[in-house]
Design a protein around this ligand. Structure first.
Ligand SMILES: C[S@@+](CC[C@H](N)C(=O)[O-])C[C@H]1O[C@@H](n2cnc3c(N)ncnc32)[C@H](O)[C@@H]1O
Length: 371
């Protein structure tokens, strides 16, 4: 079966995530993929004619090279006309552009769950049907409804947390994910949702308190919506249980010296990003920030290398700062990281930057594996 992924705003990160998951087809687990579709051949009409009886809702997105709103609308109306002639009732979802936005697909129920509500994707002469759409509303809920938030720490978007976890590669259910800079706990929350055990530490007592508050809220909202997640096992000492495989623990600890409890199956975190900046830092500020953030990252990686087993994936979002020429200045510690006992993924060498337009402090995603 041939699949098609509509990638997020940073395609190189989306591709790295898809590759790391061995091309997972569950959009609820892929922070970097907007839509996933599977091939239906070259005849969309045959596909539509075989849909179960009842009214069809049809959306068409045209991702061909010379596509426009008009080409997409024409295709949709052409299909509707023939289907109506065959006695089918069809509602066409309005195109504001050549392609339907994720929000439009979601609001019209075109996420692949209802067999009579379909979004077809055209790429030149090939046709695909959408089988999953990123649930942007669920991400927003998980982000905005959390009880303990801190604007100064710059909370990680849940989809980026998911990307960091996925970049660790396939992990067994119940694997323990460590976030040693857990802040308010976004990585830990996403890890729990993906069926992993979440282990967080942070140097700040306040952050540990926030993360515990957020995770307790998250687990109770999760078990209300999915009762099967309530576990029957005894909670391990110090671990809070939310299902047989889901547990979390958050402790105060300095990542450069802390001794973590084993097992640690993967490490996914957003490291210390330094001071927030609203404008481009001066050369002196940049030097200071690089020194401060670099020292913490080096100290952490050295400490971690002594504690994790060979092949443990370690994915870190490190800071990178915007320069006047529009480039980003990275920490440049790749060679040192190798000497500390990690293999560095090629994509890390090229640079995988996650940023919004004009953002001063971007996240430079480092994909490492303990030698
Ligand atoms: C960018 S924030 C992480 C935010 C987190 N991803 C979230 O979504 O809330 C970095 C965190 O690193 C913590 N931190 C700074 N230095 C540390 C160290 N040496 N050891 C552990 N945590 C540290 C800070 O307290 C802060 O919570």
């Amino acid at each position: 079966m041939k699949y098609l992924a509509v990638l997020g705003r940073q395609p190189e990160i989306s591709i790295a995530e898809l590759e790391a998951t061995n091309f997972c087809t569950d959009t609820s687990r892929l922070g970097g993929t907007m839509k996933l579709a599977e091939e239906i051949g070259s005849s969309p009409l045959e596909f539509l004619k075989n849909l179960p009886e009842g009214k069809i809702t049809l959306g068409v997105s045209d991702y061909s090279k010379n596509a426009s709103q008009r080409t997409a609308v024409n295709e949709a109306l052409k299909l509707k006309k023939i289907l109506v002639r065959h006695g089918r009732s069809v509602r066409v979802v309005e195109n504001k552009d050549a392609t339907l936005s994720t929000a439009t697909s979601l609001h019209n129920g075109l996420s692949g769950k209802n067999p009579r509500k379909v979004e077809l994707i055209k790429v030149e002469n090939e046709w695909f049907r959408v089988i999953g759409v990123q649930d942007i509303e669920a991400y927003a809920r998980r982000d905005q409804a959390r009880p303990a938030r801190d604007a100064k720490v710059g909370m990680l978007p849940p989809k980026l947390a998911q990307i960091l976890i996925n970049l660790c590669g396939p992990l067994p259910k119940g694997a323990t994910i460590l976030d040693p800079f857990c802040g308010t706990g976004v990585v830990l929350q996403e890890a729990l949702l993906m069926g992993y055990r979440a282990y967080g530490t942070d140097i700040s007592e306040r952050m540990v308190e926030y993360a515990n508050k957020n995770l307790n809220w998250f687990v109770s909202s999760l078990s209300r919506s999915r009762p099967s997640l309530r576990g029957s096992l005894e909670t391990a000492p110090r671990w809070s249980q939310c299902s047989e495989t889901n547990q979390f623990q958050v402790l105060v600890g300095d990542a450069t010296s802390f001794t973590w409890e084993q097992p640690i199956d993967a490490v996914a975190c957003e490291g210390y990003l330094g001071r927030p900046f609203s404008k481009i830092p001066t050369e002196i500020e940049l030097k200071e920030q690089k020194q401060e953030c670099g020292a913490i990252l080096r100290g952490f990686l050295k400490n971690l290398a002594l504690q994790v087993k060979s092949e443990t994936p370690v994915v870190v979002a490190a800071p990178a700062w915007l320069r006047e020429n529009g480039d980003y200045s990275r920490l440049d510690i790749i060679d040192e990281i190798e000497d500390m006992g990690y293999n560095v993924n090629n994509k890390t060498r090229e640079g995988l930057l996650y940023r919004r337009e004009g953002q001063v402090v971007a996240r430079d995603i480092l994909i490492l594996r303990k030698k």
